[in-house]
Design a protein around this ligand. Structure first.
Ligand SMILES: C[S@@+](CC[C@H](N)C(=O)[O-])C[C@H]1O[C@@H](n2cnc3c(N)ncnc32)[C@H](O)[C@@H]1O
Length: 445
């Protein structure tokens, strides 16, 4: 095959995905890159987004549009892996999966494959195109692993699970949180509209803005001056459950890069003390420039070795509010991280549950009488959610559950969620979240 022929680029229509520019031009070289990235992602050793970022860092010659093609294909395949694998036959190689995806997932015609595949592949693609898919069970039909299908179906029922799985296959919207220290939401919306960015208020979160597309925002003047942060609406609602006030001592126990810390700091009007704990130095390092941009001077990032660290114990009984945004399976974020469904297992969830209990126990010690403890995850599994909270309440008679719905209503958020908040992509159009609000009794229970 001559080099010119190998690099021949074929115009291909793409219908789906926010980045889809309408027409990709695809070369053999680009197909090879996509196959290589796919193989690395499918080892499931690292998160898909980390694999893609690393590959693009190492292959700077791949342009923006070609990156879009690779990312669309890889994420498309990971979302529908069982389906594509069945269409591609027994023990398919990454290239087989890619070709089968392009033929069936993206609907490429045979003409669009000309110059990109061998004669044998060309014939094989005809078979793939003609193949009927008869799922062997619900897991295969919904493109979920069987263990997860069994658990979710027991929790939600088959019909809701179907809707949930469909919800996960839609792309997540881009939500922003107006930094109320710097701007009010209406002004932010007006600024977007006048700069040609289509934006509307979020359905529930009073500081949330939803964008119609996915414009690059890193260089937007309102981002640079700290007027907004990217934050899923569901995540914003967790901040409202904490409801911190001016001058309080607040702990964000699992702060990570500070998605919720920044919101809590703004709700405190940059007063009081807000401790941002985490065991990850790398994540906390990302929080620091964000605090500066947001204009917050009340945040104290603290690297801890584990939840029983002496730095934690020093605050025993002193905190007005503690948020535990616990490490979890992340299964509520499958719209953004579809690979998680293949990377998690019953064993990893069981391990996570023990960690969650240990963190919640340690964090509870910080809450003063009359203070509030919020436990949250972005998981959909009762084992990581209700079961952790139930076990906690049973062993901590000095804490009682508050109604999440009432806490939200007090702040003007109308959400019919009852005692515990459960957000679902297909119902609320947010990531999947769980949260429970607990109060430490004043008389010690
Ligand atoms: C769900 S993420 C937090 C996301 C963050 N709150 C946000 O809004 O962006 C969970 C975090 O818990 C941290 N973590 C894990 N084990 C921990 C522990 N024992 N104590 C405190 N944080 C821990 C992880 O490093 C991770 O950053």
């Amino acid at each position: 095959m001559s080099k010119t022929r190998q690099n021949q680029r074929r115009p291909v229509r793409m219908e789906r995905g926010s980045d889809a520019p309408g027409q990709w031009t695809v070369s053999r070289g680009l197909m090879a890159h996509a196959t290589q990235v796919l193989a690395a992602v499918l080892s499931f050793e690292h998160p898909a987004d980390a694999v893609l970022s690393r590959y693009f860092r190492e292959h700077r010659e791949i342009g923006h549009r070609d990156r879009g093609f690779i990312a669309e294909a890889v994420y498309g395949i990971v979302r529908r892996l069982r389906w594509v694998a069945r269409l591609a036959g027994v023990k398919p190689l990454p290239r087989d999966l890619l070709l089968a995806w392009l033929a069936r997932g993206e609907g490429w015609s045979s003409k669009q494959f000309e110059g990109l595949v061998s004669a044998a592949e060309f014939r094989w693609l005809e078979e793939v195109r003609a193949k009927r898919f008869e799922p062997a069970g619900l897991g295969e039909a919904l493109d979920l692993p069987d263990w997860l299908t069994v658990r979710l179906s027991a929790e939600y029922g088959d019909d809701a699970l179907q809707a949930l799985a469909n919800g996960f296959n839609r792309s997540a919207p881009l939500d922003l949180r107006a930094n109320l220290l710097k701007i009010n939401r209406d002004t932010l919306l007006q600024e977007f509209v006048s700069s040609g960015v289509e934006a509307s208020p979020c359905r529930y979160s009073p500081c949330g803005v939803r964008l119609a597309g996915k414009p690059a925002l890193q260089k937007h003047p309102l981002f640079i001056n700290g007027s907004f942060e990217v934050q899923d609406e569901g995540s914003q609602l967790l901040g409202y459950l904490v409801q911190p006030r001016r001058g309080e001592l607040v702990v964000d126990f699992c702060a990570g890069a500070g998605g919720k810390t920044l919101q809590l700091g703004a709700m405190m009007r940059s007063t009081g003390r807000l401790y941002a704990f985490d065991v990850s130095e790398r994540r906390l390092a990302k929080l620091k420039p964000r605090m500066a941009r947001a204009g917050l001077s009340n945040v104290h990032p603290v690297l801890i070795a584990h939840e029983r660290d002496a730095k934690v114990k020093r605050l025993a009984g002193k905190a007005d509010r503690v948020l535990v945004d616990a490490p979890c399976s992340g299964l509520g974020t499958l719209r953004r991280n579809p690979d998680l469904k293949w990377r998690q297992s019953p064993e990893s969830v069981a391990e996570m549950t023990l960690k969650q209990q240990a963190i919640l126990d340690a964090a509870a010690n910080l809450v003063k009488p009359g203070g509030r403890l919020v436990y949250a995850t972005c998981s959909l599994l009762a084992d990581e959610n209700e079961a952790v909270v139930d076990a906690f309440v049973a062993s901590h008679p000095d804490f009682e559950l508050m109604s999440a719905q009432a806490v939200l209503a007090e702040q003007g958020v109308a959400l019919d969620c009852g005692e515990r908040l459960r957000l679902l992509p297909h119902v609320h159009d947010t990531d999947g979240f769980f949260a429970a609000v607990l109060e430490r009794k004043r008389d010690g229970g």
